[in-house]
Design a protein around this ligand. Structure first.
Ligand SMILES: Cc1cc2nc3c(=O)[nH]c(=O)nc-3n(C[C@H](O)[C@H](O)[C@H](O)COP(=O)(O)OP(=O)(O)OC[C@H]3O[C@@H](n4cnc5c(N)ncnc54)[C@H](O)[C@@H]3O)c2cc1C
Length: 502
């Protein structure tokens, strides 16, 4: 007799969606989360009575009939979400260098083209080519379109490089840079990032862009409620330290020694971490080595600012800035020119329509930059000071970042009540990744197939889910969770249930 039909390691969005879907199909689900709060990157925290998001600043595809809307409705959480649609004419605004002029990325394909044509008259053909290619590429991903299909459909478009493709549609360098302008969304690397990553993400935001009012943790809370209502259990402060069994997994071992038995196990962790936990000899060394050696995306430095009341207007768009004319240069910063890029997100709060109460400013930071403090570990359930030198490092970097931001938002320093910083170490400790990578496994158009991770492993009862499978983000992780559930359920029937009207 097992404790659970399915035991899920980690309560990130991937683990929670799997828990809800499988619970809806009669499986007894147990989720084990090492942190005090569920949700992984969906977690929020409060400072000075202000909610701060850690890993969700906007979401695409939530409009009527769009993919995430359809899945969230199926999961029964959509109607309870507090959402605000972003500015129809500009969900993202892109700026470069000291240029006053900024460029708008708009919602709806016609509007998207119209807004850019105002800045780039004569580029209609290029924008048509761009939009058509995005749609063509997205159509090749069956699950993204909530239909069945097979992986060969996308084979021919996997080896397109984003920066090269953009250079083929127009000779206008500025337009190329503007179209790549929000590549912090996927930690874009010139001559490396596959176009399908750019297309799947961009399409969802062009379809429609939304902020979560009062934070993204509402998604995790609603999914948690759903799982409980279906008889599932979520155990917080419950770190899994081993998936034991020489062949199939026999039990998951909790840090405090308890053994959890289940018929099936799903890991929401980075595959490299899953390999470390799994002793099964069914996993070949070549597979383990492949997963452990995949490169990850760069880490992030996040400056979360609590604002003085009614000082900073609520911006219903995100602002992406590049310190040079090259939108791809951000990841290549050196110690001397950091930061070369940032994204500024205004929090949507139920307290005011006119003003925001907090800002998140996100830029890149490599793990090496903080590796000096790698032997420290700090989360709210296991707090530890990393030391005065770490605090001084964070403050110095925060001020450096503000110096750049201030050029575009001159009054910002006067609006600050307090600020809080997260580094790759924060993400490492909260998410459980090895290096605090922002979005998990790095995708490269030269070996796209190698970076798709199948949910099924050679261990007969061990499955994988989460951002490392196919695509990160709310959209990518939700769809990956359906793929994982499709290993235990009939995927065709599941998709029919999701897409049929209630
Ligand atoms: C700074 C930042 C900004 C982002 N902004 C956006 C955005 O605006 N829009 C968007 O769509 N996406 C955004 N993303 C991406 C998105 O948040 C993630 O891709 C997604 O939430 C990841 O979900 P996941 O299920 O893969 O797992 P994770 O969120 O990584 O969760 C994994 C969970 O497993 C737990 N865990 C780890 N080890 C163990 C263990 N041994 N035992 C038990 N539990 C364990 C962790 O504590 C964690 O809760 C952002 C990400 C970052 C980092």
């Amino acid at each position: 007799m097992y404790d659970y039909d399915v035991a899920i390691v980690g309560s990130g969005l991937g683990g929670l969606v799997c828990g809800a879907v499988l619970g809806m199909h009669g499986y007894k689900v147990g989720i084990f989360e090492k942190n005090r709060q569920i949700g992984g990157c969906l977690q929020t925290y409060a400072r000075d009575k202000t909610i701060i998001d850690t890993g969700v600043h906007y979401i695409g595809g939530l409009g009527d009939g769009q993919n995430i809307n359809t899945i969230f409705r199926y999961l029964g959480i959509f109607d309870s979400l507090k959402l605000k649609q972003m500015d129809a004419d500009a969900f993202d605004v892109i700026g470069f260098d000291d240029e006053q002029k900024t460029y708008k990325l708009a919602q709806g394909y016609d509007n998207f083209k119209r807004q850019l044509l105002a800045d780039f008259p004569g580029e209609e053909a290029a924008l048509d080519k761009y939009c058509d290619k995005i749609k063509e590429v997205c159509a090749k991903f069956p699950l993204y379109n909530l239909r069945t299909g097979d992986y060969t459909e996308k084979a021919e478009i996997l080896n397109i490089d984003t920066s090269t493709f953009l250079s083929t549609i127009t000779a206008n360098k500025k337009l190329q840079q503007v179209l790549a302008g929000n590549n912090l969304l996927y930690a874009g690397v010139a001559d490396t990032t596959p176009f399908y990553i750019h297309a799947l993400i961009t399409n969802s935001f062009i379809e429609s862009s939304w902020k979560c009012v009062d934070g993204g943790s509402q998604i995790a809370k609603l999914l948690g409620k759903k799982i409980h209502a279906l008889g599932g259990e979520i155990h917080r402060n419950s770190k899994i330290v081993q998936l034991a069994g020489k062949g199939a997994i026999e039990y998951a071992l909790l840090e405090h020694g308890k053994k959890i038995t289940a018929k099936h196990f799903i890991s929401n962790l980075h595959p490299a971490q899953t390999m470390e936990l799994t002793e099964s000899e069914a996993l070949r060394n070549v597979y383990r080595t492949r997963l452990q050696n995949l490169d990850n995306t760069i880490g992030t430095f996040l400056l979360n600012i609590v604002l003085k009341k009614d000082t900073f207007p609520y911006l219903n768009y995100n602002y992406y800035h590049h310190e040079t004319q090259d939108a791809w240069e951000g990841v290549n910063y050196t110690n001397d020119n950091w930061p070369l890029t940032y994204a500024l997100f205004a929090n949507a709060t139920s307290k005011s329509e006119q003003y925001t109460d907090s800002l998140t400013i996100m830029t890149y930071m490599r793990y090496e930059d903080v590796s000096k403090w790698k032997d420290t570990f700090n989360t709210d359930s296991l707090p530890q000071e990393r030391g005065d030198d770490y605090e001084a490092f964070k403050n110095e970097k925060a001020e450096q970042l503000l110096d750049i931001v201030e050029k575009r938002f001159p009054n910002i320093r006067n609006c600050i009540q307090s600020y809080y910083v997260a580094t790759p170490l924060s993400y490492r400790d909260y998410q459980g990744s090895a290096d605090g990578s922002m979005y998990g496994i790095l995708k490269d158009y030269r070996n796209s197939f190698n970076t798709f991770i199948a949910p099924r492993t050679r261990v007969p009862n061990l499955f994988l889910t989460g951002q490392n499978l196919n695509l990160h983000g709310i959209l990518g992780v939700t769809i990956s969770a359906l793929i994982t559930c499709g290993e235990l359920l009939n995927i065709g029937e599941l998709l029919r249930e999701i897409t049929s009207e209630p």
